[in-house]
Design a protein around this ligand. Structure first.
Ligand code: HMG
Ligand code: MG
Length: 311
């Protein structure tokens, strides 16, 4: 089984979408530059959603126009419907990420559709993307827990997954929108889906609300999953899902993976610099669980180096 893990950075989209402070396009691109310098090579850059629903993403086309295309980075854009698809492709996206939730209420709150309507829209857009030569990721949000309807039956997720796979989705993203999941649920979902579609077609998207993000990641890794979404500094949350706090922090994910012998191609000092840029742009104090330990280590190393130099 491969030791390489793709860390898909979603901070520019999931991380920023509910930030009240407007981050200008140049600020978003500055965060991206720092992430690329750290070794990040897979990025969800923005979302082509209604600017009335999510004002922070109103500059989606400008963000796409400013993406550095010469650094070997794969970029994707989240789209909720056909209009979003057309805007994303018009802006140069090669991969679109469709979004639906596993419950009716969450779809109504998030994209103003019933579950059945959302399934229909996702199928139509995935089929169109495949016909037109683009890659389609398929988010299944609230796959384990919905803030409105509670725990979600795995069969509902399996049924949606089958419909998206039949439509031609290249990837199924099992998403714990509110961080309400536990490792037993996540293991069962991934074990079953991996048997049906192969682990390469699956990825995990975890929010760290209850401190479970890394444990859920580990449960998925044990099922062979090798791609995970995360957000720099732990930024983020869905504006339409009460209680959804930040995504699993990229630095926590990368630290765990690197320490465990997985290859991410991303280095921690670079992520530390990227957190600094994100803090400047958002005005927030950021950083995953690892950062306070990491900073104290760095201070200790620096003190050791300066006392050695003084001797
Ligand atoms: P609606 O009001 O039902 O849409 O919103 P509509 O079709 O009735 O259109 C209303 C207006 O919006 C029209 O403009 C449309 O042209 C426009 P008007 O005539 O009033 O000037 N419109 C659009 N404009 C730009 N881009 C579009 C678009 N579509 C329609 N794509 C809609 C429905 C889906 C548009 C809206 O609810 C929406 O944009 N929702 C997005 C919500 C969102 O971004 N949520 C966060 C992302 S999902 C998430 O975070 C979960 C995830 O991280 C995984 C996890 O954690 O589980 C992915
Ligand atoms: Mg999310």
């Amino acid at each position: 089984m491969s030791n390489k893990v793709i860390v898909n950075e979603v901070g520019l989209r999931d991380g920023l979408q509910n930030q009240p402070k407007h981050v200008p396009t140049e600020g978003k691109l500055a965060i991206l530059d720092a992430l690329i310098a750290a070794g990040v090579r897979s990025v969800e850059a923005t979302s082509f959603v209604s600017p009335k629903a999510v004002p922070q993403m109103a500059d989606a086309a400008d963000v796409f126009a400013g993406l550095p295309l010469d650094k070997g980075v794969s970029y994707e854009a989240l789209v909720p419907n056909e209009k979003g698809y057309e805007r994303a492709i018009g802006a140069g996206a090669k991969t679109v990420a469709l979004v639906l939730a596993a419950t009716d209420t969450m779809n109504r709150k998030n994209i103003n559709m019933t579950l059945d309507e959302a399934i229909g829209v996702n199928i139509a857009v995935i089929k169109r993307a495949k016909r037109e030569g683009y890659r389609a990721r398929s988010y299944i949000s609230t796959a384990v827990h919905c803030p409105f309807e509670g725990y979600v039956a795995p069969e509902v997720v399996f049924d949606i997954a089958a419909k998206m796979a039949d439509a031609g989705a290249d990837e199924l993203v099992v998403s714990d929108t509110t961080g309400g999941g536990n490792p037993a649920q996540v293991k069962f979902l991934f074990e079953t889906l991996a048997k049906r579609y192969g682990a390469d077609m699956l990825s995990g998207h975890f929010h760290d609300t209850r401190g479970m993000g890394l444990v859920l990641t580990w449960a998925a890794l044990e099922c062979g999953i090798r791609k995970f979404d995360s957000s720099i500094g732990g930024l983020g949350g869905c504006p339409f899902a009460p209680g959804a706090s930040g995504n699993l922090a990229t630095e926590d994910l990368v630290f765990m993976l690197n320490e465990s012998g997985f290859e991410t191609g991303i280095e921690m000092d670079g992520l530390r610099a990227a957190i600094g840029v994100a803090e400047t742009q958002t005005g927030l104090k950021l950083g995953g669980r690892i950062m306070s330990w990491y900073e104290s280590q760095a201070r200790r190393e620096k003190a050791k180096a300066s006392s050695a130099a003084a001797e």
